[in-house]
Design a protein around this ligand. Structure first.
Ligand code: DC
Length: 221
């Protein structure tokens, strides 16, 4: 089984993807880390983020076994990722890795921005996880603060809005729900409630597939 989870920054998609993978015994890939690693490699090489050749070189030689997750989870790496991920050649260099990860038995949960639309268009279940920008900023703020980092919530909100705009407006693989994705708004849900809602969506999707029915639900719910 392949489960595609997409959504904007700090929507809760990573936590949900991890828990769904654990629940179903599937592998999990946080594809944002790949783009973060590319952006981080450009920064640590001392190059500007508009150095496409450097970004493409980093994408082509990416090694997820050696990721420094702590550094990649920083705000700076997220912002860098949002910039380099708009380069079509960077995206192209990362497609095969993601597709073969998804295709390896017993299946996987992948989370990102274009999993349901580009990487796994035939995924068994697609969920688009979202939440209001203010709630996402609040979650990021609490997450950074729990790590002892001094951060400003208003600045985080600004960063989230900037990244949403960039990720949604880019020409290649923009952030958007696939036509056959179910939208899960987690604004008022805690992790347990969001997981319960996601599990319900997966089970409904599996049942619909088993029955061979079309499983297309309006995104406005
Ligand atoms: O999910 P995240 O915050 O770790 O992602 C960081 C950036 O990487 C995000 O702003 C856009 C980009 N990204 C992408 O373009 N495609 C993906 N599948 C995952 C992330």
């Amino acid at each position: 089984m392949i489960i595609a989870i997409d959504g904007p920054a700090a929507s809760g998609k990573g936590t949900l993807a991890k828990r769904l993978a654990a629940h179903y015994g599937l592998r999990h890939l946080d594809t944002g880390l790949l783009y973060r690693a590319v952006g981080w490699a450009v920064l640590t090489a001392g190059r500007p983020l508009d150095d496409r050749a450097c970004a493409v070189g980093a994408a082509a030689s990416i090694d997820p076994q050696n990721f420094d997750e702590e550094a990649l989870k920083s705000q700076k790496a997220g912002e860098a990722a949002s910039i380099v991920s708009a380069y079509p050649e960077v995206r192209a260099a990362l497609v095969d890795f993601q597709k073969s990860f998804a295709a390896t038995p017993p299946g996987a949960v992948l989370d990102g921005r274009d999993i349901g639309t580009v990487i796994c268009p035939d995924a068994d279940v697609k969920i688009f996880v979202t939440a209001s920008p203010e709630e996402r900023a609040r979650r990021r703020f609490l997450e950074f603060r729990s790590k002892g980092l001094s951060v400003d919530e208003a600045e985080i909100l600004e960063d989230i809005r900037r990244r949403d705009a960039r990720d949604t407006a880019r020409a290649v693989a923009p952030l958007k729900p696939a036509d056959d994705a179910r939208v899960l708004d987690t604004t008022t849900l805690d992790i347990a409630a969001a997981l319960a809602a996601a599990l319900e969506i997966v089970e409904e999707g599996r049942m619909a597939r088993r029955e061979g029915g079309e499983w297309r639900v309006a995104n406005s719910e």
